[in-house]
Every structure is written in structure tokens, then in C-alpha cells.
Design a protein around this ligand. Structure first.
Ligand code: ATP
Length: 346
């Protein structure tokens, strides 16, 4: 996260005669059709490089651009950093807004809360400004660290897909155009181009898991587990995940689903007959069809195990999961409906 401990501004050396040739056109070509772009710039080298590259992006087809910095109100330096980004943006002819997180700060899970607040503020501003896209400067290294952290948590295939290049955040497309770029390349680009940036020591603060994983990266790379290989794994996991989703969709469609009044029912035999992984996804998709987020993988697995034991035995079963009540009748039909509000969260 951008601002959890003290930072200092690095005065970059003057521009080198041999500026690295870096064409922003292919980098941002997916954004040509955007109805306005909000660029999230913390002041670190990654997002400062993104801002400079955006400013150099061919002006003809470029959608309107707005730059924003979030001051989480967690460090005294944060206001100065936002002002620094504002000045840099102005010098490039770009509009800039500073957003301040004024809400209560939780005693635990501060990083997660700050991230959530950051995206809430950014998405709100994007909507207000009429921007269709929010872009952040996540790099290949961020992707590799994310995958390692998810591996360590025993994540499923979906987690191993890593961060997505594009996702929907409440109707705004969140895009990560630098996801294939090693961080070192962006830092070099800043230094060689004379682009000043803010250096954030919290990136090396080992109280944070991401920093500890970052420290391990060279050791892992020496054994072949490089950021590139982790990204390769993520791409393959994404491909397998997509295939399994399609198979689960087909299985659910063939199970005579009947939807009505926020409910869904279907023949449950597929949950026992299909491979376990497909069964999990059928359940998740069914929950999605009644408007519920998928539950934690472990809970979903436990739920499916019970269903798989009951279905062949012709036993009825009633379960709750992820805000849903599941009712398996003796005829082998499973009905899902949202839990009544009063009993939720017990
Ligand atoms: N304070 C901030 N203001 C504006 N943008 C920010 C700020 N902090 C982070 N960002 C954006 O998010 C990108 C990723 O930053 P960082 O790696 O610090 O995020 P993170 O806390 O790991 O969150 P995420 O879940 O998005 O990975 C930055 O390159 C920048 O585009």
C-alpha cells in the first residue's frame, strides 16, 4: 500500500541522452475505447512511470485523463506526497485530484481497510468524473508476490490466477496495463528519464507479508521460481479455471434448473456424479444465480462433501452457506434461497 510509514522524495538524476525508447501506444491500446480514464498515482516509481507514459500517449485517440492520489491519513508525509503528484501531473498538463480517507481507522486489518477505502474513493471519483476506467500501476513483481502469498494460504486454482488484468469495480473497469512489466524496468525508466518519484520504505517493512515475500524473491528466482515463471503459472491456472467454469456451467444447465423469486432449484445428481471440482463450481454458480457471492472455498468444500454423501443415499438435507439456505429433498432436487435476514450472521 502506498502510505504506511515515512517516505522521502528521490531527486532523480537529470535526463540521460539515451532515454529508453518506450512506446506507450501498445501499452494502453486496450484503453482506446475508454470513456475517460482515472489513473491512480501514489507517487511511487511504478505509478509515476505510468503517469508519464500516459502523458506521452498519442493525443489523437486518447480518452480524457484524470490523475488521483489517495491520502489515507496514516502518515504525516502523505499530504506532501499528494501535493508532489499534483505538481508533477500539472507539469504534464494532466488534471489531478487528492482524495482523503477520513473514516475511522480500524485497530486491526489496517492495510485491508485502507485498500478498500482507496478503491471506494477512486471508483466514486471515476463515476463522478464520467470515467469508465480506473487504472493502477501493478507490476509483474506485484503479481508474483500475490501468487506466492496465495500459494502460502493454500489457495485454489482461482487464486493462482493472480491479479486480473481487468475487473469490474461497481461498474467501473479496473485495468492494470503494467502487469507484465518488471518493477525494476519502471524504476530504471524513471531514473533514466529524470522522472522524480517518492520512495516508500514500507515496501521493505517486514511487518508486512508482502515485504517478507519480496525479500525471498531473489532466493526463489535462483531456484528458477522467477516472477516470469509465476506469471506463466498464473496464465495456465487462468486457462484451466476458465475450462472448468464452462464445464460446470454446462452441467448446471443440464440439471433442469428452475429459477423463481430469488430461488433456484436443480437436480442435484450432478453434484455427486461430476468430479468434485466441477461440483464446487456448480454450487458457486448456483449461489451466484440467486445473487450471492461465493463462500470461502473451505466452507464450500465441506458443504459439497455432505451433499455428496446424502445424494446417492436419497437422504434429505438442510444446510446454510454464504447467506444461502440449501435444501436437498429426498427426490434429489436441491433448492437454494437466500437466508431470511433475521437469521443471517448467526
Ligand atoms: N495512495 C495511493 N493513491 C493513489 N493510488 C495508489 C495509492 N496507493 C496505491 N495506489 C495504486 O495502486 C497500485 C498498487 O499499489 P500497492 O501495490 O501499494 O497496492 P496494494 O496495497 O498492494 O493494493 P492492491 O490490492 O491493489 O494490490 C499503485 O501502483 C497505484 O497505481
Amino acid at each position: 500500500m502506498g502510505d504506511q510509514s515515512s517516505t522521502r522524495t528521490v531527486a532523480a538524476p537529470p535526463p540521460d541522452d539515451l532515454l529508453p525508447t518506450c512506446d506507450p501506444e501498445p501499452l494502453f491500446s486496450n484503453l482506446n475505447q475508454a470513456a475517460g480514464i482515472l489513473a491512480a498515482v501514489s507517487g511511487g516509481p511504478d505509478s509515476i512511470a505510468m503517469m508519464h507514459l500516459l502523458a506521452r500517449w498519442g493525443s489523437e485517440r486518447r480518452p480524457f485523463l484524470l490523475v488521483a492520489t489517495v491520502n489515507h491519513g496514516l502518515r504525516p508525509e502523505a499530504a506532501g506526497e499528494a501535493a508532489f503528484v499534483a505538481r508533477e501531473a500539472e507539469a504534464l498538463g494532466l488534471s489531478h485530484r487528492t482524495l482523503v480517507w477520513t473514516g475511522d481507522k480500524p485497530a486491526t486489518g489496517l492495510q485491508d481497510a485502507a485498500r478498500e477505502a482507496r478503491y471506494r474513493l477512486l471508483v466514486h471519483l471515476a463515476r463522478e468524473a464520467g470515467a469508465s476506467h480506473l487504472i493502477t500501476a501493478h507490476t509483474l513483481d506485484d503479481q508474483a508476490e500475490t501468487i506466492l502469498m496465495r500459494l502460502a494460504r493454500g489457495s485454489g486454482l482461482r487464486g493462482l490466477k493472480g491479479m486480473r488484468r481487468e475487473l469490474d469495480r461497481d461498474g467501473i473497469v479496473h485495468a492494470r496495463p503494467l502487469l507484465d512489466w518488471p518493477k525494476a524496468r519502471l524504476v530504471d525508466l524513471c531514473r533514466q528519464s529524470g522522472w522524480a518519484f517518492v520512495s516508500d520504505p514500507s515496501n521493505a517493512d517486514e511487518r508486512f507479508a508482502r515485504a517478507r515475500w519480496r525479500r525471498l524473491m531473489p532466493l526463489l528466482a535462483a531456484e528458477g521460481l522467477t516472477a516470469d515463471r509465476l506469471a506463466l503459472l498464473a496464465g495456465r491456472a487462468a486457462r484451466a479455471d476458465e475450462a472448468l467454469e464452462i464445464k460446470a456451467h454446462q452441467a448446471l444447465k443440464a440439471a433442469e434448473p428452475v429459477a423463481g423469486e430469488g430461488e433456484l432449484s436443480f437436480r442435484a445428481a450432478c453434484l455427486a456424479g461430476e468430479p468434485f471440482e466441477i461440483g464446487l463450481r456448480i454450487l458457486e454458480q448456483a449461489l451466484g444465480l440467486i445473487g450471492l457471492e461465493s463462500s470461502r472455498l473451505q466452507r464450500l468444500e465441506a458443504c459439497l462433501e455432505r451433499l455428496r454423501a446424502a445424494i446417492p443415499a436419497g437422504r434429505g438435507l438442510r444446510l446454510t452457506i454464504g447467506g444461502a439456505v440449501l435444501h436437498l429433498d429426498r427426490a434429489g432436487r436441491l433448492r437454494l434461497r437466500p437466508e431470511p435476514p433475521r437469521s443471517r450472521g448467526r
